[in-house]
Structures are given as structure tokens and as C-alpha cells.
Design a protein around this ligand. Structure first.
Ligand code: HEM
Length: 449
């Protein structure tokens, strides 16, 4: 029993052994919301006999991510999905090792550096929509994934591997699906068994590993000069004692930035087009703002401060459709959260999907209303009522990068096209590694020109 003291948080009983597993498997988003509605800000439930604690109040989430962060590690759940692909990269490493790596990687994400990537983001966004024609019907989720993948490859590796970008994307997508399926499977077949899926996973992993190591070797041999990309910054990063990252560390961090960066941003963009298609007044207001501020020119980082409605749209999309919809931690020391005391080894969860839709902090929480952000709401909210990029020392290192990329893509597309949903199957959020639209989003392109 990981609860210390004599107070135990309330929660559903569920079936013996399975606990709440079936509800959570069938509809995790609604069942988490239902638990919080019924049991409050601290809920205890079981999945396959394992205890989980779900926190909903921002003050408690703030305790975990910020105030008492040293008492928590990333949970076993996070590590199990990704460790083989990401090695000891920033997303999963811990302790002093994580601290040193974060120190080394952080300068690559300084605002002035990130702005250097704006021209590559713009160029790739323009090139991507160049082929769109009035009346085309496209799966916009696939379009956004291809675009952010291209941006991730270019900003990480420069133009070192243009021909192989599509192969890298295919391999990565397979590996993420494969890892998640393994994580969710009731019976886990050892990875060393030669099933077709395991064999393909090993092949894809070997392909990406050898590619990344080859690029690192080539650059080491040629002195790493003349490259203006994230990998060059990682290779040049030096700690206070003059030490640099090993080849393995460079590989792990590059893979981590690649994985952490492109799918999340793709989902954010897909949900943006969906939300705008459902709210024509918001779409029209955004278009008018872009027309007035850009005057027919492509967007640049200096423009975004003059585009408050675009910022509000992005905030609102990340509130209602947070690509990272759930976070998990494990206690490594006893800790007190609200009225409860938890022993080491307790798994604590909190969900952006749930907290961002809490009516104590957001009026009409299920409504898409970008206007709510225009009168200083962000400054009035308590810490961690809105946390699409996490919070505390482990908050997303790529936040500025993601927001610049999203703003660039949205401005590039929205000033030239209007995207309408093709009637058909309803668009349903599917909570996998990120929150994605199940079956994609089929949209019709209307040119404004
Ligand atoms: C809309 C896009 C994005 C969202 C919603 C998002 C969300 C998040 C969240 C919630 C975390 C914290 C996870 C935790 O504490 O458990 C995180 C961490 C991280 N993100 Fe992002 N992210 C996005 C884009 C990016 C991009 C573009 C990059 C890199 C290019 C990136 C790299 C990372 C890394 C390396 C971490 C781990 C940081 C650490 O623990 O030190 N993310 N992200």
C-alpha cells in the first residue's frame, strides 16, 4: 500500500484484478474526466492490480512539477514506451546526468538560435503548400505530419540527408507505434523473438542508428564546420569543465529531439485546422489579422508579436487539444500532496486534457473561444491550470521552437487557404503517445487567391 498515514484518496472500485483498466482502455479521456467529476482532485484507482493516483487541482500538480520536483522521477510508464529508441536522452534521463545534458542542450534552444530556424520553417511550409490546389481533398493530419517531419529533419541535420528524410520518417513512425502497442499489449512477447514486427523494429532501429552515427562521424572527421543546425550545436556544446557529449549521447539527444519535436507539433497543427473549420468566425478573424499585419508578405518571427489573435488561437488549441494530454511521475521519496502522504514508488498522473477543461478555471470549458486569451487570462490563471508544455525544471525545452514553427505554418497556410472539413466520419481524439485525430482529418482546400 503506497499510501502512508491513514487517509486514502477516494476512487472507483472497478472489477477485481482489472480495476478501471477496461474503462481507461476504451475511453481514457472521458473516463479520467468522469473520475475527477465523481471523486475530486485526488483520485485513487487501479489498473491490473497496480495503484495509480490522478491529480486534478493545479496547486497539487504545481507541487509535483515545481515545488517538490526532486521527490519525483519520470515514471516507469514513460520509460517503457521509449527507452530503446531514445536511450538516455533528455526526455527520460534523471538526476545529475539529466542536469548536465539539459545544461548542454539548452543553449541550442535560446530564442535567438530558434529564430534562426524560422527561414527553414517558412521555406518548407511554403514548398509544402505550393502543390495545394483549390478543391483538393487532403488528409490534413498526414499533411501536417509530413511537413513537421521535414522541418525536424532539416533543423536537426541541415541538408545532410534530404534523400533519406522520408525513410527516417517511416522508420520513426513504425517504431513509435510498435513501442506503444507493446506497452499496451496484455502479453508482451520478448523483443528478441523473431516475429515479423520484432524483426522489422530491429531493422528500423539499426537503420536509424547507423544513419545518425554516420552523420556524426562524417562531421567529426571534417571538423563539424559549415553546419548551421541543431546537431552542430549539440556537437559544439561544452560543459564548464570543457567536456563534450560522447557519440552515444549525441545520438540519444538527437533522437529525442526528433521524436519529442515533430509529432507533437503536427498534432497541434492538425487540431488547429479542425477547430478553425468548426468556428468560421474565428477563422475569419485570424485571416483579417494576418491580412492587416503581413500585408501580403510571408510571416517572420518579428511579426508574431503583432498577431495577438494568432497567439490566442494557438493557446486555445493547446488548451482543448493538448498533444501531450497526460503526464506521469513516480515518487522516489515520501511526499505530502494535499491531505495525503505517498510512499516511494507511487505512480502519480495528471492530465492536461482534464485540467484544461476544468470549469473552475475556464468559463464554458468545452468551447473553442480564442478570445478568452485576449484579456490577460494567462496571467490570471494559477500555476499549472494550463500546462501544455509541462512546468518546472523539466518543462519542454522545445516550447519556443514549437510555437515558432506552429505560428509560421498557420500564418503561411491561413493567409492563402481556407480549410473545410469534408463531411463524413466524426473527428475523434485518440490518445496514443500524443493526442491525435483517429483516422486523420479529411479536409477540402479553398484557395483565397
Ligand atoms: C506542441 C508541441 C509540443 C508539446 C505540446 C510538448 C510538450 C512537452 C511536455 C508536456 C513536456 C514535459 C514532459 C514531462 O515533464 O513529463 C515536454 C518535454 C520535452 N520536450 Fe516537448 N513538446 C512540444 C514540442 C517539442 C519540440 C519541438 C521539441 C524539440 C525540438 C521538444 C523537446 C522536448 C524535450 C527534449 C523534452 C524533455 C525535457 C527535459 O525533461 O529536460 N518538444 N514537451
Amino acid at each position: 500500500m503506497p499510501i502512508l498515514g491513514n487517509r486514502i484518496p477516494p476512487g472507483p472500485k472497478g472489477l477485481p484484478i482489472l480495476g478501471a483498466a477496461l474503462d481507461l482502455r476504451d475511453d481514457p479521456l472521458n473516463s479520467m474526466r468522469a473520475m475527477v467529476r465523481e471523486y475530486g482532485d485526488v483520485v485513487r484507482f487501479h489498473v491490473m492490480n497496480r495503484e495509480r493516483i490522478l491529480l486534478n487541482h493545479p496547486a497539487l500538480i504545481h507541487q509535483v512539477l515545481v515545488i517538490q520536483h526532486a521527490k519525483f522521477h519520470k515514471s516507469e510508464l514513460t520509460r517503457r514506451i521509449t527507452v530503446r529508441i531514445l536511450g538516455q536522452g533528455l526526455l527520460i534521463s534523471e538526476g545529475d546526468f539529466w542536469r548536465r545534458q539539459r545544461r548542454l542542450v539548452q543553449p541550442a534552444f535560446h530564442r535567438s538560435r530558434v529564430n534562426d530556424y524560422a527561414s527553414a520553417m517558412l521555406e518548407l511550409a511554403e514548398a509544402h503548400v505550393h502543390g495545394w490546389r483549390d478543391g483538393d481533398e487532403l488528409n490534413i493530419a498526414e499533411e501536417m505530419m509530413a511537413l513537421t517531419l521535414g522541418i525536424a529533419v532539416r533543423t536537426l541535420f541541415g541538408s545532410t540527408l534530404p534523400g533519406e528524410a522520408a525513410d527516417v520518417g517511416r522508420a520513426m513512425t513504425f517504431l513509435m507505434r510498435y513501442s506503444l502497442r507493446r506497452q499496451r499489449a496484455p502479453l508482451r512477447i520478448p523483443q528478441s523473438w523473431p516475429t515479423p514486427k520484432n524483426r522489422r523494429a530491429n531493422r528500423e532501429l539499426a537503420f536509424i542508428d547507423s544513419l545518425v552515427y554516420r552523420i556524426i562521424s562524417e562531421r567529426q572527421a571534417s571538423g563539424n564546420g559549415n553546419h548551421n543546425d541543431l546537431l552542430a550545436l549539440l556537437m559544439g556544446a561544452m560543459d564548464e569543465d570543457g567536456s563534450q557529449m560522447t557519440r552515444q549521447q549525441l545520438h540519444d539527444e538527437a533522437m529525442t529531439l526528433f521524436i519529442a519535436g515533430h509529432e507533437t507539433t503536427a498534432q497541434m497543427l492538425s487540431w488547429t485546422w479542425y477547430a478553425l473549420s468548426q468556428h468560421p468566425a474565428a477563422e475569419a478573424r485570424l485571416y483579417e489579422e494576418l491580412r492587416g499585419a503581413l500585408d501580403g508578405n510571408p510571416p517572420s518571427p518579428a511579426d508574431f508579436a503583432r498577431l495577438p489573435y494568432l497567439q490566442a488561437v494557438m493557446n486555445e488549441v493547446l488548451r482543448l487539444y493538448p498533444p501531450a494530454y497526460i503526464m506521469a511521475r513516480e515518487t522516489v521519496e515520501p511526499c505530502q500532496l494535499g491531505a495525503y502522504e505517498f510512499a516511494p514508488g507511487t505512480t502519480i498522473l495528471f492530465s492536461q486534457w482534464v485540467t484544461h477543461r476544468d470549469r473552475r478555471f475556464f468559463d464554458d470549458p468545452d468551447e473553442f473561444r480564442p478570445e478568452r486569451w485576449l484579456d490577460g487570462l494567462a496571467d490570471r490563471l494559477p500555476p499549472c491550470a494550463y500546462f501544455p508544455f509541462g512546468a518546472g525544471p523539466r518543462r519542454c525545452i522545445g516550447q519556443g521552437f514549437a510555437l515558432l514553427e506552429a505560428a509560421t505554418v498557420i500564418a503561411t497556410v491561413a493567409r492563402r487557404f481556407s480549410l473545410r472539413l469534408v463531411p463524413g466520419d466524426p473527428v475523434v481524439p485518440e490518445p496514443l503517445v500524443t493526442l491525435r485525430p483517429r483516422n486523420g482529418i479529411q479536409m477540402k482546400i479553398h484557395s483565397r487567391e
